[in-house]
Design a binder for this molecule. Sequence first.
Ligand SMILES: NC(=O)c1ccc[n+]([C@@H]2O[C@H](COP(=O)([O-])OP(=O)(O)OC[C@H]3O[C@@H](n4cnc5c(N)ncnc54)[C@H](O)[C@@H]3O)[C@@H](O)[C@H]2O)c1
Length: 257
Amino acid sequence: MPTTLITGSASGIGAATRAALQAAGHRTIGVDLRNADICGDLSTAAGRQAVLAQALELTQGKLDGLVLCAGLGAQVHPASKAVSVNYFGVVDLLDGLLPALQKGQQPAAVVVSSVASAQLPWDKNPLAAALEAGDEAQAGAIVDAAGERGGNLAYAGSKNAVTVAVRRRAKAWGQAGVRLNTVAPGAVETPLLQAGLQDARYAEAIKNFVAPIGRRADPAEIAASVAFLMSPQASFVHGAQLFVDGGMDAMVRPTQF
Ligand SMILES: NC(=O)c1ccc[n+]([C@@H]2O[C@H](COP(=O)([O-])OP(=O)(O)OC[C@H]3O[C@@H](n4cnc5c(N)ncnc54)[C@H](O)[C@@H]3O)[C@@H](O)[C@H]2O)c1
């Protein structure tokens, strides 16, 4: 039975992914702020190190799967917290758990990015240099100083950087024998989306963000794609970003892929 660690397991896409992987025969270890096997805070370096230490202890240093789903939306205050969870909460766990994954059976990892990752390209991402340098304080300072724009910048900037971080790892992880991909959801009915709808700064844009399919996703529809990427059926899928967005990216950027 594969053992898979899932962050953000207490809610939304993470909870649905946990259920889908359990149904596919995985033993799951959930990580979240509360209601999880490992309760911890991915928004601080110390919190991430504590989560890593518990994960390695629980798994005795051997892991078959990793799904990094924990994330915060644009409405969060301060905006720097979204950068910490969405970017550093991913790269620190990827790098910290690679040795354990290398010891696993048919190991695979999926990062839940966003369709927003493609809307702020890397060469125009104001956070790119700070994030690539691993400078959490500098990246946080940039978004916190951006005023009204800070939330959108934190979200799109961190999601763009996390997809780049996965793609940059494709060579090393492929050579290490661990598959690594991202899923890029469009709008999904979760508490994160509801929190955005309740914030006057973002409600209108979220309401107008309608995919060609004409509705939002159920979390289980994202979970099914994550479960596919984690399965042996996806054994040659590596370094890919799978848009699960009802056609949103194709509509907005038809010539870029
Ligand atoms: N809902 C959408 O429309 C949508 C669209 C694209 C991408 N996403 C991404 O999907 C992922 C899951 O989002 P969701 O919509 O299911 O949201 P959600 O709020 O339902 O779940 C997110 C989970 O992450 C956890 N989390 C937040 N901060 C944390 C921290 N500091 N430490 C540990 N855990 C923390 C929360 O407690 C929560 O359980 C996120 O990365 C999000 O950016 C969501």
